[in-house]
Design a protein around this ligand. Structure first.
Ligand code: GLC
Length: 532
């Protein structure tokens, strides 16, 4: 039997502000997404995940929510969202919403009330202290901010205008669970949970340990700035909350899904999955920092197999709205990008593909000083030449530039004279219209492989094992599901390499370079799927 949809699906992430502007105000919107659903369906995706579209002062472009049950006017209305959900379901696709539970905007009426006094009904809905402890935010700088009105400090895991809710207060928990129910009743198929590992903090507010070794943030130790976030991240109560939330979504049928954004080592991340009673999936960020080498991916396959063997399932994240475009690491080489797409769609794991990746969009060239991103404002003191060589983006505007639909005005994104972020220049054929009917395009790779994934259970539900190859630049792996066994070979080198396999090939399924059979040799940057 094939797996539950939560584990066999493929996800397309939409950043609504930059996807498609239907009303010419320079900002993407819900009707814009509706108009492009056929496009997403034609690519072969089964699920869409949409970054937040709720009411928000947009200081962090929707990740600062001021009303969870209403829609930001620039994106549309509740009716538009209902129509969107309906249109998605008519296409037999799923829709996952972004749920920012950890914090609200400081303009949310809960916070406005909470900050007003020490004894109002919402006084304890956020985390208030007379004296801050030493905790730092997960973006580096301080996490406690003084509030004149209340004459106390409030805690914010991310930016100062995003105060953290206090989940030790049962009212807060219930209020947020009700927000989730509200959207589940409207038909949302699940949630992507924003910075879920910050959600509950040590009840005694013990100081975090200082560490000379943790000057810079890493995947395992977010935030850096000489501190291990021992008491402000990943508390045992977080794992319990994941289970409680699971019970909320399990009140609904058909089954709904929870995908967590959590940072840390695999052992820790897995605690959020529980024993099939927590989150369904967690984002794995290793691939964001890939090396274009067979050995890098070999190691990841082994590590993911070790940690996420069935019934667990890894995720394949090569980019999202917080990181650089994936093509940056291969210096904009489209042939290499095709190899990456091949890996993202054929390795074991749920692919989550950020809009624009399918056409090989490059990063924008917006300087830190000109950044609209609030993070760019925090880090405006970093010299641009240093920012340019950092592995993570300080100005996230650059991966959020408008989607490129054609080579007309604003790359077809909007008819406005000014778009909210500038459209990339010199887009060449990195747009939908150019690639849609070109069988040699990057988009064609996404399309073919997404369709193959649907046809061949081994690709979405099969086990994965490394196959020994005879060359360091060739990655070999198998995908096996019941009687279906596939062999996949990937050539990471710019030269053809011979690598025969010692079992008879029953069928030739796919080649990036449009080969029609396998004679034991792989072209430069070719990747093949063989049935044995
Ligand atoms: C997550 C989001 C990011 C946002 C932050 C604060 O990391 O992906 O875009 O700024 O949380 O909500």
């Amino acid at each position: 039997m094939a797996m539950a949809w939560q584990h066999s699906t493929s996800v397309y992430q939409i950043y609504p502000r930059s996807f498609y502007d239907s009303n010419g105000d320079g900002i993407g919107d819900i009707q814009g997404i509706i108009q492009k659903l056929d496009y997403i369906q034609s690519l072969g995706f089964e699920t869409i995940w949409i970054s937040p579209f709720y009411c928000s002062p947009q200081e962090d472009f929707g990740y600062d929510i001021s009303d969870y049950c209403n829609i930001a006017p620039e994106y549309g209305t509740m009716q538009d969202v209902e129509q969107l959900i309906n249109e998605v379901h008519l296409r037999k696709m799923k829709i996952v919403l972004d749920m920012v539970m950890n914090h609200t905007s400081d303009k949310h009426h809960w916070f406005l009330e909470s900050k007003n006094s020490k004894n109002n009904p919402k006084a304890d809905w956020y985390i208030w202290r007379d004296k801050p402890n030493n905790w730092k935010s997960i973006i580096g700088p301080k996490a406690w901010h003084y509030c004149e009105e209340r004459q106390q400090y409030y805690y914010a895991s991310f930016l100062p205008f995003q105060p953290d809710l206090n989940y030790r207060n049962p009212e807060v928990k219930q209020a947020m669970f009700d927000v989730c129910r509200f959207w589940l009743q409207k038909g949302a198929d699940g949630f992507r949970l924003d910075i879920f590992n910050c959600i509950i903090k040590d009840k005694d507010f013990r100081d975090n340990p200082f560490s000379l070794l943790h000057a810079f943030p890493t995947e395992d130790y977010p935030g850096g700035n000489f501190q291990i976030r021992k008491y402000s991240l990943n508390q045992d109560e977080n794992f319990a909350l994941a289970q409680e939330l699971r019970q909320v979504i399990d009140e609904f049928s058909p089954p709904r899904i929870l995908i967590g954004e959590v940072f840390g080592k695999h052992e820790l991340k897995k605690k959020y999955l529980g024993n099939n009673d927590g989150l369904h999936l967690i984002f794995l960020f290793e691939m964001l920092f890939y090396k274009f080498k067979a050995n890098f991916f070999r190691k990841q396959i082994i590590s993911f197999n070790e940690h996420y063997a069935a019934p667990l399932m890894p995720t394949m994240v090569f980019c999202n709205h917080d990181y650089y475009r994936s093509i940056r690491r291969v210096k904009n080489n489209i042939e290499k990008a095709k190899v990456l797409a091949f890996l993202q769609l054929t390795l074991r794991g749920v692919p989550t593909v950020y809009n624009g990746e399918e056409i090989g969009m490059q990063n924008g060239k917006i300087s830190i000083k000109n950044g609209k991103d609030a993070l760019a404002k925090v880090y405006s003191w970093v010299p641009q030449f240093i920012a340019n060589v950092l592995p993570v983006a300080i100005n996230r505007d650059n991966c959020r530039t408008p989607m490129q639909w054609n080579n007309e005005k604003n790359a077809g994104f909007s008819s406005a004279d000014k778009t909210w972020l500038p459209v990339n220049e010199h887009i060449g054929d990195r747009h939908v219209a150019a690639q849609e009917n070109d069988e040699h395009s990057l988009m064609a790779v996404f399309k073919s492989l997404l369709h193959l994934r649907r046809e061949m259970p081994a690709l979405h539900s099969g086990d994965i094992d490394i196959i020994k190859t005879n060359h360091q630049h060739i990655l070999g792996f198998s995908r096996t599901f019941e009687n279906e066994k596939l062999v996949l070979l990937v050539n990471f080198s710019d030269a053809p390499i011979s690598n025969s396999i010692n079992v008879p090939v029953k069928a030739f399924i796919y080649s990036l370079k449009q080969k029609k059979n396998f004679d034991g040799k792989l072209d430069a940057y070719d990747a093949v799927i063989l049935k044995i």
